[in-house]
Ligand binder design. Structure first.
Ligand SMILES: N[C@@H](CCC(=O)N[C@@H](CS)C(=O)NCC(=O)O)C(=O)O
Length: 238
């Protein structure tokens, strides 16, 4: 189908789609071509030759001009395509299972936004994004919101499997799109800022430990280089 997916490995939104693609084996059958973008500085646009305007991940079909710019919409669309091809589902079969997947994704998206915005208010590297007006209270508030959502994710998580939802394929609980999205933000927090978001949530620690062993969890070279992560450790008091 010759779809192009523009990504920036270091960001949690593109990262969740890349993890999903590996779980789906889309990168192996080459129906989706991955194109790496550069982002020159915090708040700068993602750039790559031939990329339509917009944030990444960005899915583009050059022949028709069809373009999607939201990670969850991209995953949903690729899941629809997979199902048309008769592949197994990664978001649940029944309306109830699908609603549960969406519920998890909603909470995970909230965590992702809070964890992404908190550094704008406290990490010195991101100070230009808020015109230098950083705020300890804003950092505390955003991180406590993220923690509340993580609490709910842990509370709603299935039992008897490390994964968030218990959807079985050939009697084995399988990874879902919600697992890909949660892992992406936990991995980003750990590698970009040295944060263990699972610290207060043993259920999520179990999830993270299990998912880390998967091939999709391996970090592409240069994703969070030390020149960058040395700077992400410099924070205001909060
Ligand atoms: N809600 C969006 C968030 C996308 C987003 O924030 N992307 C960042 C990288 S993580 C980006 O593209 N920044 C550069 C730009 O906006 O051009 C999604 O889930 O796709």
């Amino acid at each position: 189908m010759n779809l192009k997916l523009f990504v920036f490995n270091g960001g949690p939104a593109p990262r969740r789609v890349v993890i999903y693609l590996v779980e789906r084996n889309f990168n192996e059958d080459a129906s989706v071509e991955l194109i790496q973008c550069t982002i020159a500085a915090p708040g700068a646009p993602a750039l790559a030759p031939g990329k339509p305007p917009g944030s990444v991940p960005l899915l583009h079909h050059p022949a028709t001009g069809f373009t999607l710019r939201e990670s969850l919409a991209i995953i949903d669309y690729l899941e629809d395509m997979a199902e048309v091809q008769g592949l197994w589902t990664m978001r649940g079969r029944t309306p109830k299972d699908r609603a549960k997947t969406k519920e998890m994704l909603g909470l995970i998206d909230a965590v992702t936004t809070d964890v992404e915005y908190a550094p704008a208010f406290g990490c010195r590297l991101f100070a230009p994004v808020v015109g230098g007006e950083q705020s300890p209270a804003a950092v505390r508030w955003l991180l406590s919101r993220a923690n509340q959502s993580l609490e709910r994710i842990a509370e709603y998580a299935a039992e008897g499997t490390p994964w968030l939802l218990r959807f079985e394929r050939e009697e084995e609980a399988q990874v879902t799109v919600a697992d890909c999205a949660l892992f992406a933000i936990l991995q980003y927090a750990e590698n970009m800022f040295g944060w263990d978001l699972t610290e207060d949530h043993p259920r999520l620690k179990t999830f993270y430990g299990a998912f880390k062993l998967r091939q999709s969890a391996s970090i592409p070279e240069g994703t969070w280089p030390t020149q960058l992560t040395d700077m992400t450790k410099d924070w205001i008091e909060y």
